[in-house]
Structure formats: structure tokens, C-alpha cells
Design a protein around this ligand. Structure first.
Ligand code: SF4
Length: 113
């Protein structure tokens, strides 16, 4: 598979091949590219950002996962966020959903409300 490394503006074009347990990455300009290529080939992850409803307000609260989560669980997390309502006050960094969808990662507030 061909990938563009997104870890820095250089955007190296990576070639990643998987043969059983063996993952080979070429084209990287630094070690971060190899790490990224391996992760994309075996367990791609992404940060998730979104909005949750706030009880008594028309304005939503912006949230994000504290770290990247497996890409295959993104729609589960966004569906859960769409059905979540919090009660103010909330502070930046407050945990809104803990261990979201069994990922071991918390969803946290990214603004005070
Ligand atoms: S491989 Fe290294 S140099 Fe190339 S885009 Fe990724 S981080 Fe930047």
C-alpha cells in the first residue's frame, strides 16, 4: 500500500508491504515514517473530535478523544457523541465519556462551559 506520512509537512510517500507478520516500510525520511506506516498497515488510529449536547443550552460542547483510537471504532464513537448530553458546568479536560467504546481512551471537553 502507498501512504503519505502525515507527521510533518515534508509528506514522504511511503510504500508499505505486509507479508504475514512482516511489515516493510520504505520511502520514509525519518523513523517516524516507519512507525506511522506500520501502524497504518496493522492498526490505523485517529483522533476523534465532535460536539455533545448541553442540557438547557442550544450551544454544544466541543470534545475530543484524549488520544487516537482505532479507526474501525470512529463511527461507534461519533454515534455515541451524537446521543450524549452533559450537564454544565464543564471545564477543559473534564472527562465526558470514560473508556469510550471500550477503547481505554476518554473523551474530554475542549472548552469551558
Ligand atoms: S517520514 Fe519523517 S520526514 Fe517524512 S513526512 Fe514522515 S515525519 Fe516527515
Amino acid at each position: 500500500m502507498r501512504l503519505i506520512c502525515i507527521n510533518c509537512p515534508k509528506g514522504c510517500e511511503l510504500e508499505v508491504s505486509v507479508d504475514g507478520d512482516k511489515v516493510t516500510v520504505t520511502g520514509q525520511g525519518c523513523p517516524r515514517g516507519e512507525t506511522y506506516g506500520r501502524a497504518e498497515a496493522t492498526n490505523p488510529t485517529r483522533m476523534v473530535t465532535g460536539l455533545v449536547k448541553v442540557a438547557g443550552s442550544r450551544r454544544p460542547l466541543p470534545v475530543k478523544t484524549r488520544t487516537a483510537i482505532p479507526k474501525r471504532l470512529i463511527s461507534d464513537v461519533t454515534n455515541l457523541l451524537a446521543n450524549t448530553t452533559v450537564i454544565p458546568p464543564k471545564r477543559i479536560g473534564d472527562v465526558i465519556l470514560s473508556d469510550v467504546c471500550g477503547t481505554g481512551v476518554d473523551v474530554v471537553a475542549t472548552a469551558d462551559f
